[in-house]
Design a protein. Structure first.
Length: 427
């Protein structure tokens, strides 16, 4: 379904539409297109390191390809073939109790050495699978998606924190793996905080292993700290990083839950607070002084960075002055006026952030200099941030294709009904 979204000026609608199209093209061009390859359908983690795929980026890619078909930019038959291939590859990819690895070789589908089995990356991969299966209503895609969902062992994930049931976060594959603790393999960390894991609870609530009682205990089990900035009251993520509010809503507009909490409104307030915090810190950052905002996770001058804004856990948000354009593209679904200001700055003053083929680069930082003495601009693009642009940018334009497909899948329907979550009326 497509409806005209209010409050977006025509020039910003045009810019976001171009970024959505470019992001869809990025996902198509940066996936394994060889049907004979064991990695067929996987999507690159980033476009300057082409060996490895990200399972989460593959999930965003599946949904972005659906948008490409809906918009008439990709061929339906070709997308259907590649989507089937991606799900077959997922079923062959290394897993622990059904939970997929974070990164896999793009060509072979084999796990990246030292990589962890990630619950959130698996969830995002399956979110995309659900969107594709539901949109195409294809028997093979539907069957493959069911296989991937049913192989998840949620009993492995359930733990206790402060007397509440929570889900574990990741499992290290080896004793010397990337996230190994104490010199041994095993489960690492847990979802005991508000973050990007919302769709994971829908998948759990519909699983035959999980009773309705347990599903609701899990939904109520993670902490919901409340903070305020600039008049915006937010149930906040500890680091105040913006993507955690946006990613789950890219797949479905979570509204009011059984506690009365409205997750869409919470994301709107978090986005507005992020923009306000950047304005208020303009004296300390040239990036913020010109009207850019949206600290989140992205490439930065010193490598990958996770920046944030208030509200966040004290003492203060971590910020390097790095901003990913996807924050403002996705942010247009929540704060169109702030998004318009930032996106016009990028378009008019920093054209080096844009490429006509693949759209916005991953990030910009005006507080750092590039090798030529100009402002630092990322030379690469991350799949997750292009997914952010494609899905939530499309939603900002009024296109509910991804949301409608996700919600109409029987598994998701059961999860929504079990947890009693309403769909937000947005944008």
């Amino acid at each position: 379904m497509v409806k005209r979204a209010p409050d977006l000026p025509d020039d910003i609608r045009e810019l976001i539409d171009s970024e959505v199209a470019a992001s869809i093209r990025w996902f198509w061009d940066h996936s394994n297109s060889d049907p004979t390859s064991p990695g067929f359908g996987l999507v690159n983690d980033r476009d300057d390191q082409l060996q490895y795929a990200s399972l989460a980026a593959t999930g965003f890619g599946l949904a972005a390809w659906v948008l490409g078909v809906q918009r008439g930019e990709l061929d339906r038959g070709q997308v259907l073939e590649r989507a089937r291939g991606a799900l077959r590859t997922m079923l062959r990819t290394a897993n622990y109790a059904g939970w997929l690895v974070h990164f896999a070789d793009l060509q072979t589908g084999q796990a990246k050495p030292g990589v962890e089995y990630s619950t959130i990356d698996t969830a995002l991969a399956l979110d995309g699978a659900i969107v594709a299966a539901s949109y195409f209503n294809d028997p093979e895609l539907l069957a493959l998606t069911d296989q991937l969902l049913l192989q998840l062992d949620f009993t492995e994930l359930i733990a206790e924190s402060n007397g509440k049931k929570v889900l574990r976060m990741a499992r290290t594959s080896t004793a010397d793996g990337d996230y190994a603790e104490g010199g041994s393999a095993g489960w690492v960390s847990q979802w005991d905080m508000t973050a990007e894991q919302l769709t994971l609870y829908l998948l759990a609530a519909a699983h035959p292993q999980i009773s309705s009682e347990t599903a609701n205990e899990l939904w109520l089990g993670f902490a919901r700290p409340v903070g305020e900035y600039g008049g915006h009251r937010v149930v906040y993520e500890w680091a105040g990083t913006l993507f955690v509010y946006h990613f789950p809503l890219s797949f479905w507009p979570f509204g009011t839950d059984q506690t009365g909490m409205d997750w869409w409104e919470n994301a709107r307030h978090a986005t507005a607070a992020n923009a306000a915090w950047c304005r208020d810190n303009a004296i300390g950052s040239q990036t913020f002084a010109v009207g850019l905002w949206g600290p989140s996770a992205s490439l930065g001058p010193d490598g990958y960075t996770v920046d944030g804004a208030a509200p966040a856990r004290p003492p203060a948000p971590h910020s390097t002055g790095t901003v990913p354009p996807s924050s403002m593209v996705g942010g247009a679904a929540f704060v169109p006026d702030d998004a318009a200001i930032g996106l016009r700055v990028l378009r008019d003053q920093y054209p080096q952030t844009w490429d006509d083929k693949y759209g916005f680069t991953d990030a910009i930082n005006l507080d750092a200099t590039d090798t030529d003495g100009g402002p630092w601009v990322a030379q690469a693009r991350f799949g997750l941030n292009k997914g952010h642009s494609a899905l939530l940018g499309s939603a900002a334009l009024g296109d509910t294709t991804v949301w409608d497909a996700f919600e109409s899948h029987p598994w998701v329907k059961r999860g929504i009904e079990t947890l009693g979550i309403k769909r937000a009326e947005a944008p």
